[in-house]
Ligand binder design. Sequence first.
Ligand code: NAP
Length: 263
Amino acid sequence: MKNIVLYGGGNIAQAIIEGLIKSGYKTNKIFYIDRNIKNQKKLKRLRVKKFENYSSEKIDLFILAVKPKDALNAYKEIITNYKSPKIISFVAGIKSKKYLKINKDIQFMRAMPNTSSKFNLGITAIFNATFKEGNLKKVKKLFKNVGIVLELDKENKIDVFTGMIGSGPAYFFYLLKSYQKKLMYLCHSDQKMVNDVMVNLIKGVGSSIEHNQDLDELIATVASKRGTTEAGLNSFKSLKLNKSFEDGINAAIQRSKEISNEF
Ligand SMILES: NC(=O)c1ccc[n+]([C@@H]2O[C@H](COP(=O)([O-])OP(=O)(O)OC[C@H]3O[C@@H](n4cnc5c(N)ncnc54)[C@H](OP(=O)(O)O)[C@@H]3O)[C@@H](O)[C@H]2O)c1
């Protein structure tokens, strides 16, 4: 992919742009369309260009990164002003057929990235509707710059992905709040130290999984008979923590499905 335009330059667009720039993507190949002054300022700092005129540049890819309420109008604007555009939608909830009903000859696909793309640790699910094989390959390569790519074979799996991975970082931030509270006491209210401890805890967990994917074995490396970890784990088990966590994920998946039906 050469020139790309992000239509909507908010949270997720900025995460993708930062990740792309870190991976070596040239800033003069990244354009944005955004009306929000705060976001415009942030994008200016990232040195990407405002997209001013549909006829002035050859654009290889348009990415829809606006809220669902703004998505179909943005899509219509692109297809009215640019001949045969290739469009990816990051927008949750609105299915491919809605866009293709407006124009079925567009190369269109959906992608669901997450904000960790900013650190090139993203996980992007893609579902291809009408992209040609060669262009699909280019899209995968683009998103591999910011993390890993998971191609879905059914569009409704995007709801499962959104509930688990799109929302996923927030679940871990939420769980870490319990740590933060106790760490403040442990670290004499030194916020920087509290953050460093949480970062190493999470990074260490990630690295451990990189070396051994068996989660029970990893648990066994920490927990010993009648030890502290076992006491903690037994309490979690009796409180059915796993079940609560799975129920939470399922609620998010359900909400994603509901949103899909609202459009
Ligand atoms: N955030 C995530 O982690 C994430 C992850 C995966 C997918 N997504 C999807 O990505 C989409 C964007 O989410 P977000 O959190 O990045 O939203 P956001 O921060 O609100 O960014 C959207 C931006 O687009 C601008 N915009 C909307 N319509 C416009 C128009 N017609 N012309 C110019 N600018 C326009 C908005 O301006 P105003 O503020 O003035 O409206 C805003 O600055 C959503 O559909 C969401 O489902 C988000």
